[in-house]
Design a binder for this molecule. Structure first.
Ligand SMILES: Cc1cc2nc3c(=O)[nH]c(=O)nc-3n(C[C@H](O)[C@H](O)[C@H](O)COP(=O)(O)OP(=O)(O)OC[C@H]3O[C@@H](n4cnc5c(N)ncnc54)[C@H](O)[C@@H]3O)c2cc1C
Length: 365
């Protein structure tokens, strides 16, 4: 989120310092999965429209930065397969298919929620788990999280107005004095965008009077990367919280657990082994695949579950940019743009859903 904010600040020519307490990518964003999953196409809303527009725009955003940096972000609109184990799920999916024809349209591009009897690709998903067929959605995509961070960092390396600093940890923020205290000394700012992942919540809590609850919490997730002989163009498989995400060079990411309570934020355990077993049952071609990495991270989940973006109602020079929870990768570029434009009073290019605003989150606690 912070790196995207820096990209937008650079585009608008705003003098900016982006500080990171450790190394860029050491938080939730430096993981393995990178699934870019649209919301269901039914019950359309401003939130779903915002996410749809963001998912469509990301392809072009990444292509531009890849061309600029000569690096690959491992992006591909590979689509998604959802097995339908029961007849009533097929009926629901057929309704969603019609919804997608109406809502998943962008200029001359139409994305689909096909309901199929058989998977559109051979040798990937186990057919016996889909008695009532499959959904094949053509909007979903994937990106390689660490490669994307590298592209973002590289694109900012030569930026005139933006400086990046690692190893600068913010201890406290006094927005009214325009002061951030860090382990490397004080930083004075006109506006401060707070994109510290789940660590943003206690900082915002401390600045919010009369609250009865925290503005958000960390939710742990575990994932793994396998090395298999898989074409990176295969669709992402999704069912009941299990994601199987093919990447380039035969790498396949499997995730994710969702843990509100945990002892060790960064360890992996038997819950990940269970996910891997489920993945191997879903895609038998992964049976002999070597596990090359096990990883865990903490997602920022805002109190109202939606992203948390925008000025603090009592401290307008402090702008939140967090709460992407499970869908940050598909939204971060647009959320960051909204945050930067709000910070400097430049009109936004699109409407941020009201429920995404920090003010809206504060109103529910
Ligand atoms: C297992 C797992 C799988 C996931 N899969 C997906 C997926 O498929 N698709 C998707 O869209 N999302 C996914 N997510 C969610 C996604 O990773 C997060 O929502 C996203 O990375 C959050 O980005 P962020 O920039 O808000 O936070 P972070 O990436 O955590 O970045 C915050 C940064 O701020 C730094 N920081 C914190 N406090 C301070 C301080 N005081 N001073 C200076 N620096 C500080 C941290 O070091 C960190 O680098 C997944 C998450 C997990 C854990």
């Amino acid at each position: 989120m912070g790196l995207w904010a820096a990209v937008h600040a650079e585009r608008l020519g705003i003098r900016t310092l982006l500080v990171e307490g450790g190394r860029f990518g050491q938080g939730a964003s430096g993981g393995l999965l990178g699934a870019l999953m649209p919301h269901m196409p039914d019950k359309w809303s401003d939130k779903k429209q915002f996410q749809f527009d963001a998912l469509v725009a990301l392809e072009e955003e990444i292509a531009v930065m890849e061309a600029e940096t000569g690096l690959s972000a491992g992006y591909r609109r590979a689509g998604r397969l959802i097995p339908l184990p029961k007849p009533h799920l097929r009926q629901i999916a057929l309704g969603h298919s019609q919804d997608a024809e109406v809502h998943w349209r962008h200029r001359d591009r139409q994305f689909h929620w096909h309901v199929l009897d058989a998977a559109p690709v051979e040798g990937w998903i186990e057919p016996s788990l889909a008695e009532s067929g499959f959904v094949h959605d053509t909007l979903a995509a994937r990106v390689a999280p660490r490669a994307l961070l590298e592209v973002l960092c590289r694109s900012l390396a030569g930026a005139g107005d933006v400086r990046l600093a690692e190893g600068v940890a913010v201890g406290s923020i006094d927005p009214d004095k325009g002061l951030a205290r860090t382990n490397q000394g004080d930083i004075r700012f006109g506006h401060c965008i707070l994109a510290a992942g789940y660590r943003s919540f206690p900082i915002l809590d401390a600045l919010t009077d009369n609250r009865k609850a925290s503005l958000g919490q960390p939710v742990k997730g575990q994932a793994a990367m396998l090395k298999a002989d898989i074409d990176g163009g295969m669709p992402v498989i999704f069912r009941d919280g299990l994601y199987i995400v093919p990447h380039e060079n035969g790498l396949v990411a499997v995730g994710s657990t969702s843990e509100n309570r945990f002892d060790d934020p960064l360890s992996t355990d038997g819950q990940l082994d269970d996910l891997l077993d489920a993945a191997r049952a879903m895609a038998p071609v992964l049976a002999g695949a070597e596990v090359v990495e096990r990883w865990a991270g903490l997602r920022p989940k805002a109190v109202d579950r939606d992203p948390m973006v925008g000025a603090h109602p009592d401290h307008p020079s402090l702008i939140a940019l967090t709460g992407g929870f499970k869908v940050s990768f598909g939204l971060a570029h647009r959320l960051a743009e909204a945050a930067v434009r709000e910070a400097v009073g430049v009109p936004g290019r699109f409407d941020l859903p009201q429920s995404f605003t920090l003010a809206s989150h504060i109103s529910v606690i």
